[in-house]
Write a protein that binds this ligand. Structure first.
Ligand SMILES: *[C@@H]1O[C@H](CO)[C@@H](O)[C@H](O)[C@H]1NC(C)=O
Ligand SMILES: *[C@@H]1O[C@H](CO)[C@@H](O)[C@H](O)[C@H]1NC(C)=O
Length: 328
């Protein structure tokens, strides 16, 4: 998210589930509200949905990952991260082995980021770190282990994270206006993309699909995609898929030709917005539609992230909302 003075006195976090109707506005259902004091604000920054359907949510106001069951609305602290202050993006890593035999015993692993954000808009220099969260291979219900993957003192603010090819992830750095490609086995990284002002959420498609990095720009309020090679280095100019759109994080569904839809957490618009786009390279911004509005239920709110459910009964979107005091 981009920190705003307005969110200084934000109150509660709602995690909402919203079915995806073809045309009508959807009515979101609250799954879970983070308990905690009214001030300072409690909020989730990012979400990842596990293969078993449980939601992992990183807290921006504490070094904690919570796990929430959308079926029951039960949520609890999963891990506290010693050595971190504020957590940022989170994404599942594609297992490093291709062979199905290995796939089945590869641990379910996530990468998440942290920063020290003493107050909104203040990121402590040299505080960026990247961590792994790994579930035990023998059980999906056990307590996962957390390890520091890389301290990144020369990075600025690691915001979005997304899977790249097997064993690698992309990290967006909002302050350095760059994207890093990190090897999850070693923590070493390259910087394939630079000059990306306003970069916030990030997603990617790799082989066997077309290689593209999709990225939000909260400054110019656009969603665009950049054609890239196997190491995420640009091979052509960016295409703008949505313009004039408030945007924080987002998720995408894309077919083999690059045609698809993005679902955007529209920040202070308090909405989730769907944007369609054509096969690559497409011919400019696609059709836009508000999927759900007034997500906070109070008229004002900040939508930080949108994620798809992964179980049949969750055939919709999850969104994380910071409820703002309407009087502000
Ligand atoms: C960052 O986390 C610390 C606790 O680790 C908390 O005191 C602070 O309020 C958080 N910053 C924001 C902007 O939520
Ligand atoms: C938002 O939703 C709440 C709860 O349904 C409703 O009372 C309120 O009038 C709505 N506000 C706006 C601005 O739509």
């Amino acid at each position: 998210m981009k920190y705003s003075r307005q969110s200084l006195r934000s109150h509660l976090l709602l995690l909402l589930s919203s079915p995806l109707p073809a045309l009508a506005l959807s009515t979101p259902t609250t799954i879970f509200t983070l308990p905690g004091p009214v001030a300072p604000a409690s909020w989730f920054e990012n979400l990842a949905v596990r293969p078993n359907g449980l939601i992992l949510a990183t807290r921006g106001d504490a070094p904690e990952i919570w796990q929430i069951d959308p079926a029951t609305g039960q949520g609890a602290l999963l891990v506290s991260v010693a050595g971190a202050f504020n957590l940022t993006g989170i994404a599942e890593v594609m297992p490093p082995h291709r062979h199905p035999k290995h796939r089945s015993c590869a641990a379910e692993t996530y990468v998440f980021g942290s920063a020290h954000i003493p107050a909104p808009l203040q990121v402590e220099p040299a505080s960026a770190k990247v961590w792994t969260l790994q579930f035990p291979t023998t059980t999906t219900t056990g307590i996962p282990s957390v390890s520091l993957l890389a301290a990144m003192p020369t990075a600025g603010f690691i915001n979005g994270i997304t899977a790249w090819s097997r064993g690698r992830v992309l990290l967006s750095d909002t302050e350095a206006e760059a994207v890093y490609l990190m090897d999850v086995a070693t923590g070493s990284y390259s910087t394939p993309l630079t000059g990306l002002a306003g970069i916030n959420g990030i997603k990617a498609t790799t082989k066997p699909w077309l290689g593209y990095v999709y990225r939000a720009d909260h400054a110019s309020q656009t969603l665009s995609r950049i054609p890239v090679d196997d190491d995420a280095v640009a091979t052509g100019p960016a295409e703008v898929l949505a313009a004039g759109q408030a945007i924080d994080d987002f998720t995408i569904v894309v077919d083999g030709d690059g045609a698809g839809k993005a679902y955007i957490g529209a920040m202070f618009e308090n909405q989730v917005v769907e944007v369609g786009f054509g096969a690559a390279p497409s011919s400019g911004p696609g059709a836009r539609r508000v999927v759900a509005e007034n997500l906070s239920g109070t008229g004002t709110g900040l939508v930080t992230v949108v994620a798809f459910g992964r179980q049949a009964q969750d055939a919709g979107l999850f969104a994380s909302i910071v409820r703002l005091d309407p009087s502000e």
